[in-house]
Design a protein around this ligand. Structure first.
Ligand SMILES: C[S@@+](CC[C@H](N)C(=O)[O-])C[C@H]1O[C@@H](n2cnc3c(N)ncnc32)[C@H](O)[C@@H]1O
Length: 242
């Protein structure tokens, strides 16, 4: 059993290589995120927390031509890949190295029009998520949205088993469709990637209902679950006032 407490650069390399097979319906997830954010009509900043190699940042840059996207991540390998892959967007994309759990980055010179994060907030525990949602609410400009794509914790054993099975089937199908073989699926198990099958200290998903309540408690309105499949959810809310 792999017992891991922190994200490592080897995880970044594995995710860069295999993420397209490991994430269920990644394109759909990104489409949901860009669909629920109001398009900025004037120059505005969007933060992509734990941007990885910048797939979601790229979708935001394409969907919102007036926006600048700031991709933040801990991993130098991820930030290098994001800068390289999004170089065509010039100054509309820039990066910052950060630790999601720390609070210094949460005071910004410019209030963002939106904050998004994909597949990373589950590295924070429950108190960490609550504090993040409060701080992002304070940071956003009025009318701004927080949209989270993440693993969420089913509350019962049947829900956990369903999430495990559906994620497993998705990786198998996407891997075969993309490569013609079972290599991505085999790596998914060798790496013990599924938190619903191989629990570890690194992954701390919280129930979706708790997270919707924490968003409401933080002051967000229009708090909603937009999409869900195989333990992966897209949810968020809007800061009132515009
Ligand atoms: C599963 S990847 C997701 C990447 C990207 N958001 C996506 O959806 O393709 C998780 C990302 O979170 C980053 N990460 C993990 N722990 C972090 C932390 N404490 N602070 C900042 N980034 C972190 C990793 O470097 C990695 O890029």
């Amino acid at each position: 059993m792999i017992d891991q407490q922190e994200w490592q650069e080897q995880d970044s390399d594995d995710f860069i290589e295999l993420g397209e097979y490991f994430v269920p319906e990644r394109q759909v997830q990104m489409d949901v995120v860009t669909s629920v954010i109001a398009e900025p009509r004037e120059p505005a900043e969007i933060l992509d927390l734990c941007c990885g190699q910048g797939r979601l940042s790229g979708a935001l840059l394409k969907a919102f031509p007036a926006a600048t996207v700031v991709g933040l991540d801990l991993s130098a390998a991820m930030l290098d890949t994001a800068r390289r892959d999004l170089a065509d967007h010039g100054a509309r994309f820039r990066t910052e190295q950060f630790d999601l759990a720390e609070r210094g980055w949460r005071t910004r010179a410019e209030a963002p029009a939106a904050v998004v994060s994909s597949l990373a907030v589950h590295h924070l525990d429950a108190d960490g998520k609550r504090a993040l949602y409060r701080d992002v609410h304070t940071m956003l400009r009025p009318g701004g949205a927080l949209v989270i794509v993440d693993l969420v914790q089913p509350v019962g054993a049947r829900g956990v088993e369903l999430a495990r099975r559906m994620w497993d089937e998705s990786v198998r199908e996407q891997g075969i469709a993309g490569t013609g073989g079972l290599k991505p699926y085999e790596r998914f198990h060798e790496l013990e990637w599924s938190c619903y099958q191989y629990a570890d200290e690194l992954d701390k998903p919280s129930p979706v209902l708790d997270q919707l309540n924490w968003l409401t408690e933080a002051g967000f309105t229009e708090v909603d679950l937009y999409w869900m499949k195989a333990g992966h959810a897209v949810f968020g809310g809007v800061k009132a006032g515009e």
